[in-house]
Design a binder for this molecule. Structure first.
Ligand code: GLA
Length: 724
């Protein structure tokens, strides 16, 4: 485990849990990827060699008589630019003379402890290898960082660019990583979608050319999540090789997957280079966001477990991630803007004693906000709705044993707001142009320190005055007119990355100052569900689509990368506000219980029996919460591929497990379905709470569990397993 170095051979081997990444500096000084996959015998590392073919119409490196010294055939750790590597570069920079040529060669290494960068969310701990590369002509140094963990199947990569020259250089592209592999008849998997149908799993065959997954919206987006996976043609949820890549970044990003004529695959990416540029003065450095690459030979579920372990053990706030998450009741779908203090009090009275921890007061409590056309930015209470202020309802909750959580949309400003009237220049705008609006709102210019300071102050005031246990940080439109009059013209294209840095600055400030306040991030549901936001928020509202059938798919896709505890999931009312579907309360609960949990309905509309069910659900959720927070995920049936959803959570000690199954459409006289259950201890016997039966782990893994025939659509069945 850890980092092994063969100095003479210039080979670097990083070994984590069931993962190994080997870099070798070749005879020309280029670091190449020699291996990414299962751990290798260390004694044989020196035998690793990347094959090269000689072809016509190629170029070879200057200063060598070697005709097969063709950079386009090397499995590079840096995608070169304009110096013989014709694939997508990972770095493109223009130097003072206008040339845009880079040729980075190995110049040394060091092992470092804790990495230090406060601008962006960073993975902590582990052991880090830094490779130094120099472009001697431009005098730019590139530092490639690789972090490995003994208990996690991922490698974290990033790059830093140090300008050691006397001139300013312009970064036109500054990706976080470049990964070149030999193709093995791979398929490509992405998570694509839209608002209300976020993160659908899309699998395609890898074909020659470049496949680009990106966002130009200023947010990571629901359209394309910052994630790609390469997998064996026959890989499935629990078998086969899967290589996953995700970025810890929340803004416009790009991930390129290129298959070339040598049957090499290149994956690279990071901050989207579309509309990007960064001026790097002499002595300055540019840090790229972290990228996490996972490998598993246990299929997509194995890859997900590697990501989940990483997020929970080495990245997300340790004070938040494993602690009991509040069970919330949110008023949004119950009231929208139509609420007042009495109505909220009736909510609290009705759910008192059912095990709810927190009332989330959603949009509409501030300014003159009675619809979505005004008041964003006016974060002072609307006294006509809440005559005793926020304190009134906060104290009321407390008296009933609950806490208060509050909704904000900090990055936004309505034209019809006091804030806009006082600071019309605080919104993103370009002089002489009208700005696009989204939901009638404009976006604050987060590149401005005065704007960020205003947000820090106003949010702090509320958190302190009410001792807020929770805030919901929403963001309900994509960004346009990427420009800030405060940036000099030559820095105009630094805007969107500076926006993200401004956002992170405010979030980091709040996270550090109020470590006990839960920040739930949200963007019209799950339109900014990414590793960057998980650096500051322990949970993200997964989708505005709360229909349990839709949610089963959305949560299934989201779990490819993100831990279940990061997914905020609510039981909402029926007919569902988005789909009109009617699904039984228990079935809604079973799907929502696969994340951090709560409700989004008017408890006054529930019968007494239904209310009693809520108490049972909350009790049940508390009993199973450890599985959500700490358990291993095994996905067993993919609703994107068949008329079945099945997900199992297994405790790390294999003592207990929970299986949740949904059959979307009832098929009378349908085929019998058996589910094989990997992940349990094969040598132990398990009792099944719901049926009273006992099975060995061996039988459940090899033969499987026969599912019952379910009558009705959208029906779920849940089994709890306990080792006897
Ligand atoms: C977004 C969120 C919802 C809700 C509304 C309020 O759509 O995703 O959960 O908070 O805003 O306007």
């Amino acid at each position: 485990m850890g980092i092994e170095i063969l100095e003479k051979e210039r080979i670097f081997c990083l070994t984590g849990k069931s993962v190994c990444y080997v870099i070798g500096v070749n005879e020309f000084g280029y670091p190449e990827c020699l291996h990414f996959g299962l751990p290798l015998p260390l004694g044989e590392l020196a035998k690793l060699r990347n094959p090269r073919l000689v072809r016509g119409h190629s170029v070879s490196l200057p200063g060598t008589a070697d005709r097969d010294a063709d950079p386009s055939q090397m499995l590079m750790e840096v995608g070169g630019c304009n110096s013989g590597d014709y694939r997508e570069p990972s770095l493109a920079l223009t130097v003072a003379d206008g040339s845009r040529i880079t040729d980075f060669r190995y110049a040394g290494f060091q092992i470092v402890g804790e990495r230090n960068c406060r601008q962006m969310p960073r993975a902590g701990g582990g052991e880090t290898l830094e490779l130094f590369l120099m472009d001697p002509v431009s005098r730019i140094r590139l530092v490639l960082q690789y972090t490995v963990y003994p208990d996690t199947g991922v490698i974290v990569r990033t790059a830093r660019i140090d300008n050691q020259s006397r001139d300013t250089v312009t970064l036109d592209r500054a990706y976080s990583f470049n990964l070149d592999l030999c193709n093995d008849r791979y398929d490509l998997i992405c998570l694509c979608g839209a608002q209300l149908r976020e993160r659908s799993i899309v699998r395609t065959q890898l074909v020659p050319g470049i496949h680009r997954i990106d966002s130009k919206r200023g947010v990571s987006s629901a359209q394309r999540n910052p994630f790609v996976c390469l997998c064996d043609r026959h890989a499935d949820e629990n078998a086969g090789a899967a290589y996953g890549v995700t970025l810890l970044y929340s803004g416009s990003f790009a991930l390129n997957v290129e298959l070339d004529e040598c049957d090499h695959v290149r994956i690279n990416g990071g901050i989207n280079d579309f509309g990007f540029m960064w001026r790097l003065g002499p002595g300055e450095s540019f840090e790229t966001p972290d990228c996490v690459i996972a490998f598993s030979k246990e299929g997509f579920s194995g890859m997900s477990r590697a990501f989940h372990d990483f997020f929970r053990q080495h990245y997300m706030d340790p004070g938040q991630v494993f602690r009991h998450h509040p069970i919330v009741i949110n008023n949004w779908e119950a009231t929208y803007f139509d609420f007042d203090e009495d109505k909220l009090k009736r909510f609290v009275d009705r759910v008192k004693g059912t095990g709810m921890d927190l009332l989330v007061l959603d949009d509409g409590w501030f300014g003159k906000r009675n619809d979505d056309r005004s008041s964003l930015g006016d974060w002072f209470v609307n006294k006509s709705k809440l005559p005793h202020g926020l304190k009134g309802i906060c104290d009321y909750c407390r008296a009933k044993g609950m806490k208060l959580g509050l909704w904000f949309e900090p990055e936004m400003i309505s034209e019809n707001s006091d804030l806009f009237r006082a600071h019309p220049d605080w919104c993103i705008h370009a002089p002489g142009r009208k700005s696009c609006v989204g939901r009638d709102q404009l976006v604050l210019d987060m590149t401005r320190t005065d704007v960020c300071q205003y947000l820090k102050d106003v949010l702090s005031q509320h958190i302190e005055a009410l001792d807020l246990a929770y805030i919901k940080w929403d963001m309900n439109r994509s960004i346009t007119e990427f420009y800030s009059p405060t940036l000099p013209a030559e820095r105009a294209r630094e805007f969107f990355h500076r926006y993200v840095l401004g956002l992170y600055d405010v979030l980091r400030y709040l996270r550090e100052k109020y470590p006990h306040t839960v920040i739930e991030s949200c963007a019209s549901g799950g339109c900014r569900f990414d590793g960057g936001m998980l650096g500051y928020s322990s949970q993200i509202w997964t989708s505005d689509n709360t229909d349990a059938l839709s949610r089963a798919s959305i949560q299934y896709g989201t779990s490819y990368v993100y831990p279940l505890s990061a997914m905020s999931c609510h039981v909402s009312a029926c007919p569902n506000a988005q789909s009109g579907r009617v699904i039984d309360l228990a079935d809604r609960f079973h799907i929502a219980s696969l994340g951090t949990f709560g409700y989004e309905l008017d408890p006054g509309s529930l019968t007494d029996e239904e209310l009693a069910r809520l108490s049972e659900f909350n009790e049940q959720y508390r009993q199973d919460e450890d599985l959500v927070l700490k358990g291993d995920v095994y996905r067993l049936a993919n609703p994107f591929e068949e008329n079945l959803f099945a997900m199992m959570l297994v405790s790390r000690d294999r003592e207990k497990a929970k299986l949740v199954v949904m059959v979307p459409v009832c098929q009378p006289n349908g085929t019998i379905r058996k589910l094989k259950l990997p992940g349990l201890d094969r040598r132990r016997t398990y009792s099944v709470r719901e049926t009273g039966q006992q099975f060995s782990g061996e039988l459940l893994a090899s033969y499987g569990l026969v599912l019952p025939g379910l009558r009705g659509d959208y029906k779920t069945v849940v089994y709890h397993f306990k080792a006897v």
